[in-house]
Design a binder for this molecule. Structure first.
Ligand SMILES: NC(=O)c1ccc[n+]([C@@H]2O[C@H](COP(=O)([O-])OP(=O)(O)OC[C@H]3O[C@@H](n4cnc5c(N)ncnc54)[C@H](OP(=O)(O)O)[C@@H]3O)[C@@H](O)[C@H]2O)c1
Length: 356
């Protein structure tokens, strides 16, 4: 296999809290329910730099990091029904967290789980495809599992708004787009330079999270619209964000029965606000107890919503040069902070897909 496919070059984390080094790895064979994919683009997530810098989650070394990929199917394992060799796909590569080095993204060939893979619409580049899977899966778990939004279009007799705190983050734009596409009113906070963009993606209104009056403004907007905030996603989940999201629910008279999904855990020493239920989002639930959400997203909705224009690829792609050799720079850049962008490296030779 290696002779015909070429080498599997990987950005390897040799040891806990080490730096990425380039080396060659064997090309794996897909097992039942798995696909072997030649990666064209890989995007970075905060979990990648956190695993590296903080030495968390991954405890087997050498390791390969990375979870967001887009590429071309090389072969499929037994039982795979939705994909065949040659298909262009985007996927949430599960290997980093499952401790399966063959299933991590930052290498030429990755083993993907069919349940975490979507076809890539023709209108998207591989880079755009790589920006979506982790953020969309996390947003879907937060919305449907934590906030208990119905996994279908809103009905006329259903009321309420969704608050996405930190809407310009990758998960934030995913949540805004899903909630809006299903018919919900969405309030968000972000830097003012992103407000017009987030409204275009579906936010009803946007405020600056640095504005000390933001919570009051959100409360006023909800009350003026006659809406309760039925759920909030705190994509920041750091520092004052827990209190600010709570204040917005208080200002909107929405504490009773209000649900808050936090992407990082609610601090142990911070009292839970009365009336509000808090949930620590776990994106991996789509392959565990909420496979229905994974199936909704990866089997059908994501592809269809991109094809029919209900959603668009976002945040904006920023390519870090150097291919896999640029992977360390990509993680360092993400750790330093991004604003409304998703960092991507090109791995294969076809970053802009030919339209066949
Ligand atoms: N629990 C899970 O399963 C799960 C899954 C995925 C991610 N996460 C975690 O969720 C967090 C977000 O991930 P991501 O990939 O979406 O992040 P990201 O795209 O890297 O987030 C960048 C955005 O954060 C916003 N931001 C910075 N400071 C802020 C503040 N004080 N208040 C509100 N927004 C602020 C910025 O907004 P502006 O540009 O508007 O300033 C920026 O656009 C990370 O901590 C990540 O580790 C958890």
């Amino acid at each position: 296999m290696a002779n015909t496919l070429g080498p599997n070059i990987a950005a390897v984390l040799p040891e806990k809290q080490g730096r990425l080094t380039i080396s060659e790895r064997p090309i794996p064979t897909p097992g039942p329910g798995e696909l072997l994919v030649r990666n064209e683009a890989v995007a970075a997530n905060p979990s990648d730099w956190k695993v590296q810098s903080l030495g968390v989650i991954v405890d087997k070394f050498p390791a390969v990091l990375g979870s967001d990929v887009a590429g071309i199917v090389v072969s499929v394992g037994p039982g795979v029904t939705r994909f065949k060799a040659g298909d262009h796909v985007m996927a949430f590569a599960l290997g980093m967290v499952l401790g399966n080095i063959d299933g991590a993204a930052l290498q030429t060939f990755t083993i993907l789980n069919e349940a975490a893979t979507s076809h890539l619409p023709k209108s998207l580049t591989f880079q755009q495809g790589a920006t979506l899977p982790v953020a969309m899966a996390t947003a879907a778990i937060a919305l449907f599992a934590d906030l208990e939004l119905p996994m279908r279009e809103k009905r006329d007799n259903e009321q309420g708004a969704i608050l996405v705190w930190g809407g310009a983050s990758a998960v934030g734009v995913g949540a805004i787009q899903i909630a809006h596409a299903l018919g919900w009113t969405v309030y968000t906070t972000a830097s003012p330079k992103h407000h017009a963009w987030l409204k275009k993606l579906g936010a009803t209104d946007a405020w600056d999270y640095r504005d000390s009056e933001a919570a009051q403004h959100i409360g006023q907007a909800a009350k003026a619209a006659g809406l309760k905030i039925r759920g909030a996603i705190d994509t920041r989940s750091e520092d004052s964000s827990f209190d600010l999201v709570t204040a917005a629910l208080v200002a909107a008279n929405s504490t009773s029965g209000g649900r808050v999904a936090t992407l990082l855990p609610w601090p142990a020493d911070k009292p839970r606000p009365e009336g509000i239920e808090t949930f620590s989002t776990n994106c991996f639930r789509f392959v565990k107890d909420r496979q229905d959400i994974g199936s909704w997203l990866f089997d059908s909705w994501l592809y269809k919503a991109l094809e029919d224009g209900s959603i668009e690829p976002a945040p904006k792609v920023r390519v870090i040069e150097g291919g896999l050799k640029g992977a360390q720079s990509m993680l360092d850049t993400l750790k330093a902070g991004v604003s409304g962008e998703k960092l991507v490296i090109n791995i294969g030779g076809q970053p802009d897909r030919s339209r066949d």
